[in-house]
Structures are given as structure tokens and as C-alpha cells.
Design a protein around this ligand. Structure first.
Ligand SMILES: [Zn+2]
Length: 315
């Protein structure tokens, strides 16, 4: 974890604000330990906005010259907005030099003027891989993890480059070590080769959806993430979606809900355009409904969860 934070720009001696929840979840403590014990950083233990107000978080980040604020990309962007309300410029008046946050990359980079690198990890094993400045895949920390990609249904290993479920084995942990843990997150492996950055550490693709979300629609395997990706390419659709699988009569059906931009009078036309694009690209009919901004938040938990939810099986 300390290594991943270092790769993203945090250096020994930095002051780092930790806005994750110090609670029964291990997230905030894992960051704290990486920063304090392994990177010799000073940690500002603010916790979330519920514990320390957003304005106070900004004051502390400014006064102590924090080089990073650890939290979701969404909350970090909210903090930037708070800074502006306080008459501050997030680029000039804060000293953010690293963005180890997961969120809207383009917006984060534009707001803070610092590169944002993709990374991959999860609760049970912590940080598995991080992107380097070459931005061609995420380097796996191979001295600490064995990462395999398998067929989500059969569990058989897949060739390099093929999308499948990630299986992770930990080599270093003394407490709760995971052995061939199939997390069912989808990704792929790059062939073993030297990266432009000089590293030989094997690279994997970014998180590409959930392996257990696959739905068979009239014989066609459909991934909700693929449905969302296609739907969001249609003009007038905002970058947000939620997919539901339903049982209608004796058939499985799928409905994608997307957020419409502009006048709601144009929503039926957008819905038709999304449905026909999906039929064209996936070969099956998938329903589409267009909703107003904010109406999906209850389903996606976009603002309350580090990983937005994109799918619900209602069959
Ligand atoms: Zn590299």
C-alpha cells in the first residue's frame, strides 16, 4: 500500500489528509499505517465529512500543506468545490501533488493539475496493482501477489489479453491470507515484457466489470458494464447508468436506466436511440429508460460508496 501511494506521488515527510472513515472498516487504518509506519508521513486524521466538516478539511489541508487527500474521487471534487466557495483556488492555494483517488480522472487532473493514475485493489487483499506514467496497464506487485485470469464459468486459466475473472493469491500476509481468491472482478493480463517505465512487473488491465453479473439473454451473454458503456456513447446521455435484470413472463429481460442531459422532452428520443444502438451492437433487445440527473443515485450509491453499483438482478 505504501508503495502504491509512493508510485502516485506521495513522498516521505509529506503531510497527508486521511478522509476515509476511521471506523470498523479497515480502510482508513490501512492507509494510516502505510503513511505513518512505512512512508514516515504526518497523517491528518480528519475522517469523513460527517466527522470533520468539508470546510474544516480544506482549512487543515491548506494550513498544513497536505500533498494528498485520501478519499473517493467524488468527495475530493466536492472538497474542491468547497474550496472555491471559500475563495480558494484548488490548484494554487492547496499543495496537492498526488491524486491516489478513484473517480473522474479528467476532472480530477484538471481541478488539481496533477496526474491521476489508475489502480486496483480490494478490501480483502489491499492494493494489488498501480498504473505508471506510461499508462499502459497497471503494474502488479508481483513480490506480494500472484494474479491469474480465469474463465468466470469454468475457472480455467485464460490466455494473456483475454477478459476473465481475477484470481489473487497473497504471498506476504500473516493475518487472513487469501489463496487463489476469485474476486470475480473482470480484467486481463498483458504479456510479460518490459514497460516503457523500465519495470518488468507484469501489467494487468483496469477493472472492467463484475464476472458474476453476466446475464444470458435469449442465448446471448450480456455484461451490464458493456450495456452501460454502449448506452453512454449515445449523444444526450450523461456518464452514469444502472442496469437491472428482470423476469417477464418466461423470459429474462434487461433494462438500462441512463441519465438524460437537457430538456426532458427529448428523453423518449434518447431512449429509442440507446435501445437501437444496443440491439445493433449486442444483438439482443434491451429496454432503456431515461431519467433526470440525480434520480439514479439511490441505486448506484454514487456518492456514498467507493465503488458505484451498476447492476441489480431482480429475477
Ligand atoms: Zn510501467
Amino acid at each position: 500500500m505504501a508503495r502504491a501511494l509512493y508510485m502516485q506521488g506521495i513522498r516521505p515527510g509529506d503531510v497527508v489528509l486521511n478522509a476515509w472513515a476511521y471506523s470498523t472498516h479497515n480502510g482508513a487504518f490501512a492507509f494510516d499505517e502505510a503513511l505513518y509506519r512505512w512512508l514516515n508521513c504526518v497523517v491528518l486524521t480528519t475522517g469523513t465529512g460527517a466527522v470533520t466538516s468539508s470546510r474544516r478539511q480544506i482549512e487543515l489541508a491548506r494550513d498544513y500543506g497536505a500533498s494528498a487527500i485520501l478519499t473517493t474521487g467524488d468527495y475530493l471534487l466536492h472538497l474542491a468545490e468547497t474550496a472555491r466557495e471559500m475563495g480558494l483556488d484548488p490548484r494554487r492555494d492547496l499543495q496537492i501533488r498526488a491524486l491516489p483517488n478513484i473517480g473522474d480522472r479528467a476532472l480530477l487532473e484538471e481541478t488539481f493539475g496533477v496526474p491521476n493514475y489508475a489502480s486496483y485493489g480490494f478490501h480483502e487483499v489491499q492494493w494489488v496493482a498501480t498504473e505508471c506514467p506510461a499508462r499502459r496497464g497497471l503494474h502488479i506487485f508481483e513480490d506480494a501477489f500472484v494474479v491469474q485470469v480465469v474463465d468466470p464459468e469454468s475457472g480455467e486459466p485464460l490466455p494473456d489479453g483475454e477478459l476473465g475473472a481475477l484470481v489473487v493469491t497473497e504471498l506476504y500476509k500473516t493475518g487472513s491470507p487469501q489463496f487463489r481468491y476469485n474476486i470475480m472482478d473482470l480484467s486481463f493480463l498483458y504479456p510479460r515484457e518490459r514497460c516503457e517505465c523500465g519495470s518488468w512487473l507484469r501489467r494487468m488491465g483496469p477493472f472492467a466489470g463484475r464476472g458474476d453479473n453476466m446475464v444470458k439473454l435469449r442465448g446471448v451473454n450480456v455484461w451490464p458494464e458493456a450495456v452501460g458503456r454502449i448506452a453512454m456513447q449515445v449523444p444526450g446521455v450523461a456518464p452514469d447508468y444502472f442496469v437491472r435484470a428482470l423476469r417477464s413472463g418466461n423470459r429474462d429481460e434487461m433494462v438500462v436506466s441512463v441519465v438524460g442531459e437537457g430538456d426532458p422532452g427529448g428523453f423518449p428520443r434518447i431512449a429509442d436511440a440507446v435501445a437501437s444502438r444496443l440491439k445493433e451492437e449486442l444483438g439482443v433487445r434491451i429496454g432503456c429508460e431515461v431519467v433526470r440527473p440525480g434520480e439514479l443515485d439511490g441505486w448506484t450509491e454514487l456518492h456514498s460508496s467507493p465503488k458505484p453499483k451498476r447492476f441489480r438482478d431482480e429475477r
